[in-house]
Design a protein around this ligand. Structure first.
Ligand SMILES: [Zn+2]
Length: 442
């Protein structure tokens, strides 16, 4: 029975299909909107019937097929969540919040007590996870079901041990596309945003971490999933370091309450990116040359810190690696990207200072922390570097307590709005942080 609480799944997704014989609720999988169109009720996408018709004349949804095919020959099984029952939940956290974190934590708790929603806009490296603990504890003790979802598997995997450590006696499950574990009912769970498509009115509190990250941003399928997964009077909490235009608009129009945490726990300003002209960087790398501006910059930065070099594409990065290696024969370096089977190992080696220079695709733009690094974005004017990506990348620098004078450099041959916007946003946060007394001057 428990397996179906708050879920909306197909028969083949059940661990125990004998359950089908018991009392359950069913929903149609798809809904015909008119003569020509049909909507999938798992992911909300609307299709032309002529395109999604199967040979047996039923219809299917191509959009969410990675979760198993939905077609009109099937139905969803569901049972309503039981009513919340108050209980005691062991809370094991002895850390201390900064004044800024405490304010946000208090606002969040009030939001959940009032069954409202809120966006938390906290700068990179502000320590946003800690601000959730008190609210999660309150929600669990109230008997609520709490979901923490992120568009990125890496973020989910990183959250799991941290959350489990704070609630050591609480059953906790993680759901993502690549897992082998079978589903079971828990009051607290972590999942990728895709997995929310399998829930229906399940969560009293639903936290979406890194809401601006791919693939959630501008993805109507995942946004439909969120609306379906949360209870009617549930609290939706968005966490971000770089809010989308849509979320900012909602804040401005007073449709969404927002807490801003403009400063990091160590009370220093965010490093503001500096820009440097790098003439025809793309052409030069393609021809097997290393732009001289890049060589000069690496020389300067590597004296003080390790250096992360963000590249706009994998092929360009691999070409560049060979040329950088020739210029820095004595320096250990590597390159890493999302398809790299040694990715985790290389990140670990960079952390352990076995490499001094790491060339990377945008894969390391968020979710990773290194001690003592400077960052260069090579070809910062490339479209892959959106404003939010640039803010995140700049946010890799100066995250630890110890100050190492790390720098952020955008090398470009034509300044973009994304570059200007990223710099403006970082400066704005520093200004707010100073005004609120959350930043000390160096
Ligand atoms: Zn679908």
């Amino acid at each position: 029975m428990q397996e179906l609480w708050g879920r909306k799944v197909l028969e083949q997704e059940l661990n125990d299909s004998s359950m089908i014989a018991k009392k359950y609720q069913t929903f149609p999988t798809m809904q015909e909107l008119n003569e020509n169109e049909i909507q999938c009720l798992r992911c909300g996408q609307i299709h032309l019937k002529a395109i999604v018709q199967l040979v047996n004349h039923s219809y299917y949804c191509p959009e969410c097929i990675q979760l198993g095919r939905v077609d009109t020959g099937q139905q969803f099984y569901h049972l309503a969540e039981p009513k919340p029952v108050k209980r005691n939940v062991h809370f094991s956290w002895e850390g201390k919040l900064t004044i800024g974190q405490q304010q946000v934590s208090d606002q969040l708790l009030t939001t959940v007590k009032n069954a409202e929603s809120r966006m938390i806009w906290a700068v990179t490296g502000a320590g946003k996870t800690e601000m959730l603990f008190k609210t999660i504890h309150h929600a669990l003790e109230a008997g609520f079901r709490v979901g923490i979802a992120s568009p990125r598997v890496d973020v989910c995997l990183e959250l799991l041990p941290r959350i489990q450590a704070v609630f050591p006696d609480e059953p906790l499950i993680i759901l993502h596309g690549k897992m082998a574990e079978t589903y079971c009912y828990t009051k607290l769970l972590i999942c990728t945003t895709h997995q929310l498509l399998r829930f229906y009115q399940a969560f009293d509190v639903l936290i979406i971490d890194e809401v601006d990250a791919f693939p959630f941003v501008d993805n109507s399928l995942l946004q439909y999933g969120v609306k379906q997964a949360i209870k009617e009077h549930g609290s939706l909490i968005y966490l971000t370091a770089t809010p989308t235009k849509e979320l900012n608009k909602k804040t401005e129009q007073n449709e969404l309450q927002t807490s801003i945490l403009p400063a990091r726990y160590h009370r220093r300003v965010l490093p503001v990116p500096k820009i440097k002209w790098c003439h025809r960087w793309h052409e030069k790398i393609k021809k097997g040359h290393c732009p001289k501006e890049l060589v000069a910059k690496i020389h300067k930065l590597v004296d003080k810190n390790d250096v992360l070099i963000f590249c706009p594409s994998i092929s360009l990065m691999e070409q560049l690696k060979g040329t950088v290696e020739k210029k820095f024969l004595e320096t250990s370096l590597a390159c890493v990207h999302s398809q790299d089977p040694e990715r985790l190992d290389k990140v670990l080696k960079m952390r352990n200072k076995e490499y001094r220079i790491l060339l990377t695709s945008t894969i390391l733009e968020r979710g990773v922390t290194f001690d003592g690094v400077s960052v260069i974005v090579l070809g910062a004017n490339h479209p892959v570097f959106t404003m939010s990506a640039l803010v995140q990348i700049a946010g890799r620098v100066d995250r630890r307590q110890k100050y190492t004078a790390g720098e952020v450099w955008f090398l470009h041959d034509g300044c973009t709005n994304a570059m200007k916007g990223a710099i403006k946003q970082i400066k704005k946060m520093n200004t707010i942080g100073k005004a609120r007394g959350l930043i000390d001057e160096l």
